[in-house]
Design a protein around this ligand. Structure first.
Ligand code: ADP
Length: 489
């Protein structure tokens, strides 16, 4: 057994679900494979409706005790959890790389990022503050309190198998909620491993439960469960829309982090090479499988040739290979299906008139690898300009002036992240205010920070932004109190 597999909770010699503080064996299992090699990582335990129901009940049974702890006590548990993530960083990173393929250095960074987000949430546990409001009645006090929303369903994708569950669990626990997590079927073990560390951190049994399995079955069962008070989902826009519809029927709040088609507008630069560095890093990290990856470059005509050459040179210098190889910059895609999708997008772009600026080169044949691509002369009507690809593909669109740039950037159903590179702050500010994106970066790529609100608008998200002090807007609800001393006798 490789060391990292020991982090996965097990029962009867196989990986197990986590329900009510117990490792619960499943009746059915499904192999999870390493995309880099096709080798089996481990057999994932599959939950049925009975396990989903049991997990929601376990979260319900833990709710009063967990919510009744002082915020600072809940925060202390979270701080110990962050420390345990760091202590187990190497094993967690290897586990994430084994199940979804990203380079090991990125996985190590993901563990550190998750620990930082937990530490921020730990502080927030003591800051669930309300307001005092001057009332109309004499000698009365009007207050608002933040109270836990209740039982949270956390449904997460495979591209950040450690950060995604943590980004939901940590603020939920800080707010006094309890949680049932449904990780992605492609990469469930990272979530099981990080939740497995929670008990050691001093969390009460049942405060966080994990059920694994297919989205349309286990995920849908969780969303439909009447005991679930709120749903925090990260994944595709189509599934997010369906979840919002289901939740709306029983008026359960949702927090949705969905897809993106993020653009970088290059208006002017002191050093175009530095701009290309920023764009390529933001585009190719996680093999382009980040919801905030830059996938479009919108560039002024007079800078386009030089920028495209700089982008292509950098992209061609990236090493494609297994995530465990220390020289790898770009790992495999998560699956053969994803590889077909990416290749198909590129071919359709080329057939539609785009021109490949990067080199065609061989990639390892034994996995879903794709050499990073820069497509030049893309036009706004092409699918490569509007649809989320989730792969290492940059589409370059040439424009003339800020107004056309803003129109092109806004020409998709998404509104997650955007960048603008300009030496003119007036242009940067007008871009920031003109684009329909939840997050805008001026003179750097689309990288977020662990204490700053994160989210999108339109097809990219709904509900309170996660991370930062906005997370509590989803994970708590308000209670208003009108307080007045009894009338004197
Ligand atoms: P991706 O394309 O990134 O895999 P998905 O939206 O398909 O994104 O999946 C994100 C998460 O949502 C996964 O955990 C998946 O199992 C889950 N999921 C997929 N379909 C549904 C559904 N109908 N109801 C609830 N969860 C779902």
């Amino acid at each position: 057994m490789t060391d990292f597999l020991q982090l996965i909770p097990s029962a009867e010699g196989a990986p197990a679900l986590l329900i009510g503080g117990e490792a619960v064996p499943a009746t059915e299992y499904e192999d999870v494979t390493d995309p880099a090699t096709g080798a089996v990582v481990a057999a994932q335990p599959l939950a049925g409706n009975a396990e989903v129901d049991r997990a929601v009940r376990a979260a319900g049974a833990a709710a009063t005790t967990w919510a009744g702890l002082p915020g600072r006590r809940r925060g202390a548990v979270l701080l110990r959890w962050a420390q345990l993530l760091r202590e187990n960083s190497e094993a967690l990173a290897r586990l994430a790389t084994a199940e979804m393929g990203k380079p090991l250095g990125e996985s190590r960074g993901e563990v550190e990022r998750a620990a930082s987000e937990i530490e921020y949430a730990a502080g927030e546990a003591a800051r669930m503050t309300g307001q005092t409001i001057p009332g109309d009645l004499p000698e009365a006090l009007v207050v608002t309190e933040r109270i836990p929303l209740g039982i949270i369903a956390a449904i997460t994708p495979w591209n950040f198998p450690i950060v995604s569950p943590v980004r939901k669990i940590a603020p939920a626990l800080a707010a006094g909620d309890t949680v049932v997590v449904k990780p992605a079927e492609e990469a469930p073990f990272s979530a099981l491993a990080v939740v497995g560390l929670l008990e050691e951190a001093g969390c009460i049994p049942g405060a966080v439960n994990v059920v694994c399995g297919a989205g349309p079955m286990v995920g849908a069962a969780l969303v439909e469960h009447p005991g679930v008070d709120g749903i925090s989902f990260t994944g595709s826009t189509s599934v997010g829309r369906r979840i919002a519809e289901t939740a709306a029927r029983r008026l359960a709040p949702v927090q949705l982090e969905l897809g993106g088609k993020n653009a970088a507008y290059v208006h002017s630069a002191v050093d175009l090479g530095r701009v290309a560095d920023e764009i390529v890093a933001a585009a190719m990290q996680c093999t382009g499988q980040r919801c905030t990856a830059i996938s479009r470059v919108v560039v002024e005509n007079d800078l386009a040739d030089e920028l495209v050459a700089a982008l292509a040179a950098r992209v061609d210098a990236l090493t494609v290979g297994p995530g465990t190889d220390p020289g790898t910059n770009v790992g495999p895609l998560v699956s053969m299906r994803q590889q077909h999708t990416v290749v198909d997008h590129v071919q359709r772009g080329l057939a539609g008139g785009a021109i490949r600026a990067s080199a065609e080169r061989p990639v390892p044949p034994d996995g879903p690898y794709v050499a990073p691509v820069v497509l030049d002369h893309v036009t706004p009507d092409m699918a490569v300009a509007t649809e989320e690809i989730f792969g290492p593909v940059l589409s370059v669109l040439r424009v003339e002036g800020l107004d056309e740039a803003i129109a092109v950037v806004n020409g998709t159903e998404y509104g997650l992240a955007a960048s603008v590179f300009s030496t003119d702050m007036d242009v940067a500010l007008r871009f920031m205010r003109g684009v329909g994106s939840g997050m805008v970066h001026v003179n750097h790529g689309t990288a977020s920070e662990p204490h700053v609100p994160f989210g999108g608008v339109a097809g990219s998200g709904m509900g309170a932004f996660s991370i930062g002090d906005t997370a509590k807007e989803f994970f708590t609800r308000l209670r208003v109190g009108y307080l007045r001393a009894p009338a004197p006798a």
